[in-house]
Unconditional design. Structure first.
Length: 300
């Protein structure tokens, strides 16, 4: 029911990324550009009523190697979106945050008042972007909402993430999986629930100028997650922990558990996928798109 305009990063092949196979592509107004360019954002946001700002560099290990690129995309890119929205008088701006801004939990479940503690350049860039967005609300009255998802997973997820890593290695016939640290815990949220959370945040006037968590208030370790995926796929696996797949000392976020009460009490949103259902849908998707991923190669 929405008229949707999408901004995708320019490429010489004029490729639309994951929008290419979208069932909705015939109804999309696709613009090519770069969030790091203010003119691009001014053009893309003209006439928009609601903006979902999703553009970001998100790989944590890569942020060790190229931190400045994260500042330019995540911080300066967010400025460009906010400034363009301000110029055009956009009525609703939803900025995407991340649970990584908290670092390892100081208490659980983690509500929106939890202290911020960047344990990677990626997390630092996202803290800066969030604070910039909230400052535009306080300083200029821009109607900004910050949506903070916890550990989204599902179809099309980046190959660097643990769930695609496990699934694609098993689909490749491996029973000895190469992974990093198995002890950290995460609050995993299926992508459809996350999208519905974004919509709920965008439609709730009371959440303007606030940070709102999107998560399930659940917790599972990476090791138990591997066992769960293997059990769903009907195989037995062992794990080899590789040093190159582990985060640097002091950078590993050991525990994340979402307190989602603000979203639950402010909107009608409820998560509709438990972990088993979400993983089953994710496994089925990856099984049908095996040629898009390369499980034999690891890059940050």
């Amino acid at each position: 029911g929405y008229r949707v305009r999408a901004l995708v990063r320019y490429s010489s092949s004029n490729h639309w990324g994951w929008l290419e196979p979208s069932l909705q592509d015939s109804g999309l107004d696709v613009r090519i550009g770069d969030v790091r360019d203010l003119d691009t954002c001014l053009s893309a946001l003209e006439g928009a009523e609601t903006v979902f700002h999703l553009a970001a560099l998100i790989g944590i290990p890569y942020s060790y190697r190229a931190p400045l690129s994260y500042l330019r995309t995540n911080v300066e890119g967010t400025y460009n979106v906010l400034q363009a929205a301000r110029v055009h008088g956009v009525a609703n701006v939803v900025v995407t945050s991340t649970s990584e801004v908290y670092g390892t939990a100081e208490y659980v479940p983690m509500d929106e008042r939890h202290p911020l503690n960047a344990q990677s350049p990626y997390a630092a860039s996202k803290i800066a972007a969030d604070q910039l967005a909230l400052s535009f609300h306080r300083s200029f009255g821009l109607p900004v909402r910050v949506a903070r998802p916890f550990n989204v997973y599902g179809p099309r997820q980046s190959a660097r993430a643990v769930i695609p890593t496990v699934i694609t290695q098993i689909l490749d016939g491996r029973r000895e999986l190469k992974l990093g640290n198995l002890t950290p815990t995460r609050d995993l949220t299926y992508v459809r629930d996350t999208v519905e959370g974004f919509l709920a945040v965008s439609e709730c006037a009371a959440l303007a100028g606030q940070v709102t968590h999107i998560g399930g208030n659940t917790e599972i370790s990476v090791g138990d997650l591997v066992s769960t995926i293997a059990r769903i796929m009907g195989v037995e696996v062992t794990v080899v922990s590789e040093e190159e797949r582990q985060r640097r000392p002091g950078s590993e976020v050991e525990r994340l558990v979402c307190d989602n009460r603000r979203l639950l009490t402010s909107t009608s949103w409820r998560p509709r996928h438990d972990l088993h259902a979400g993983l089953r849908a994710t496994i089925d998707w990856f099984a049908n798109h095996r040629t898009l991923y390369t499980p034999t190669r690891y890059s940050v």
